[in-house]
Design a protein around this ligand. Structure first.
Ligand code: PHE
Length: 523
């Protein structure tokens, strides 16, 4: 705790008439200590105080040696004068500093204090004034020098520097008294009982004080930005999809999306596969709610559990076979990929690599009663990536799909402009891209004013008939979709350049607690 100077300040003021500069009255006390005493006395009007900032001059390290020993030229002169004649080569040793000897000689010549005599130096002046040395001495005592040209000169020679000093000019206030009684902060039962309350000095309430911060929870920035996205989707008439399945089958994550089984995305390097249990049952109707209890892992290992309770419906069988056919030999007007499609590959369990797995599941449900629909989801996905400043093995995707009759690519572009426009992102460009499940596909770019370049902000496309028709969706129905990461806009909005500061074990909780809410359409 800082030392209490209150009594000393009062006594200094008592002895002074007029103003006192605290830095002079308490030269060895640090500013914080002085300030706290001044503030305390000022708040009760024991004194009046005005903060003054002053510039002080201080000799540098080199300047200080001049203060102590005189300037180099004066030192050279005094050695030469004392001895009458000094061999130049021996000057350094006589002074004890080769640099001082060399530099001092030059200046002493210039000042015409000494001259050369063969290989020696002899005095010229009878006596000298060490101007530089004296100026520095004055500065080291008075902290200032009236001659501004000399000050500029010494600064240029790096012999002095400036230092800002904050100090208070104080004088007695209306309540000045030598006795600083500590004010009572509580009216106690004892004070009432013994009558001391009558004379006690009570501390007035400080209505300007900020209250102690209340401990509270805080929303993660990703949650705040997610809410912004949800609001945009709801405003545009979208329904939120259930995203609670982190584990999906290869079927929902890939095959149903017409991603061939040899596709590099299905490689171990890109996808996390589940080892226990490694395989799921073929896709089927969700079990009725009361059956779920019978199917929990604790009852029986799920990869061994019997599938007899929930039969694969004809509809699912049809979907499963359609998917096989569209991959293996082609169907619905498509020639397919023409490779032997493996059920085992399709039943492998994976951590979902995109939320398009959920969109697919929802679209196949829509096929039972085809109608215009708008769905969205915002949740976590997993990719087996090398972690660096902009990539994590898990992140969040924002995804939307729109189903209707008569949708066109132009409509998708227009829709993207409205959607991103609601976030304040206006100049969009579209670049042809490739996804196994959309045709055409487009990457979406926007101009980043800070980075001064076009950055990719999303991926989109019209879903392929090879994906939609096996589900039983009508041939003339069109569905488009798009996806983007939640992290990218969050990082831009919160000025985070390393994704690890946003998500994962390195996140600073203080950062989470102190960040304000954001509005996507405001900069
Ligand atoms: N699944 C795509 C991705 O992971 C996004 C996307 C969704 C693209 C829907 C087209 C249609 O980037």
């Amino acid at each position: 705790m800082a030392e209490d100077l209150t009594a000393q300040v009062l006594s200094v003021l008592n002895n002074a008439d007029g103003t006192v500069l605290t830095s002079e009255a308490f030269p060895d006390k640090d500013f914080v200590t002085v300030k706290s005493a001044v503030d305390k006395l000022r708040s009760r009007e024991f004194l009046e105080a005005k903060q003054v900032d002053r510039i002080e001059l201080v000799p540098t390290e080199e300047g200080s040696t001049y203060v102590q020993h005189g300037s180099p030229e004066a030192r050279v002169y005094s050695v030469v004068k004392e001895r009458g004649k000094v061999v130049i080569k021996e000057l350094g040793a006589l002074i004890g500093d080769a640099n001082v000897a060399k530099f001092g000689q030059g200046n002493a010549f210039k000042n015409k204090w000494i001259k050369k005599d063969g290989d020696s130096l002899v005095p010229v002046a009878d006596s000298i004034q060490d101007v530089t040395g004296n100026q520095l001495k004055e500065i080291s005592e008075a902290k200032t020098l009236p001659d501004s040209k000399a000050v500029a000169d010494l600064k240029k020679r790096k012999l002095i520097t400036e230092r800002k000093v904050v100090t208070f000019e104080i004088k007695k206030g209306p309540n000045f008294s030598m006795e600083f009684v500590k004010e009572q902060t509580d009216l106690t039962a004892e004070m009432l009982a013994d009558g001391s309350w009558k004379t006690a000095k009570l501390k007035p309430y400080n209505f300007k004080a900020k209250g102690a911060p209340t401990p509270s929870g805080a929303l993660h920035p990703l949650n705040k930005v997610r809410q912004e996205f949800r609001d945009i989707f709801f405003e545009m008439g979208f329904e939120e999809m259930p995203t609670n399945r982190y584990v999906e089958t290869g079927f929902w994550n890939f095959d149903a999306l017409f991603v061939p089984q040899q596709h590099p995305a299905r490689d171990m390097q890109d996808t996390f596969f589940i080892s226990d249990p490694p395989k799921a049952d073929p896709p089927r109707e969700d079990p009725p709610f009361n059956k779920l209890a019978d199917l929990t892992l604790s009852d029986s290992p799920s990869h061994k559990r019997s599938n007899s309770q929930v039969k694969q419906s004809d509809e699912y069988k049809q979907y499963w076979e359609n998917t096989r056919a569209v991959h293996e030999s082609g169907k619905f007007g498509s020639i397919g990929y023409r490779y032997p499609w493996s059920e085992d590959e399709s039943l492998k369990l994976v951590l979902r690599t995109h939320t398009t797995a959920i969109s697919t599941y929802m679209l196949h449900k829509l096929a039972k009663n085809p109608r215009p629909a708008r769905y969205f989801s915002i949740d976590r996905v997993f990719r087996n990536e090398t972690v660096d400043a902009t990539h994590l093995a898990e992140f969040h995707q924002v995804e939307g799909v729109v189903a209707d009759w008569g949708l066109t690519l132009g409509g998708l572009i227009g829709f993207m402009e409205v959607f991103f426009g609601k976030m304040g992102i206006t100049d969009l460009r579209f670049k042809p891209a490739y996804n196994p499940y959309t045709e055409p596909s487009m990457e979406i770019f926007s101009y980043h004013k800070g980075l001064k370049k076009w950055v990719e902000i999303g991926n989109s496309g019209m879903f392929r008939p090879e994906m939609l028709e096996p589900m039983g969706l009508p041939k003339d129905m069109r569905i488009y979709g798009w996806g983007l990461s939640l992290e990218r806009p969050t990082m831009i909005k919160y000025g985070v350049s390393n994704i690890r500061e946003l998500l994962g074990h390195k996140v600073d909780l203080n950062f989470i607690e102190t960040n304000p809410a954001v509005r996507l359409d405001k900069d």
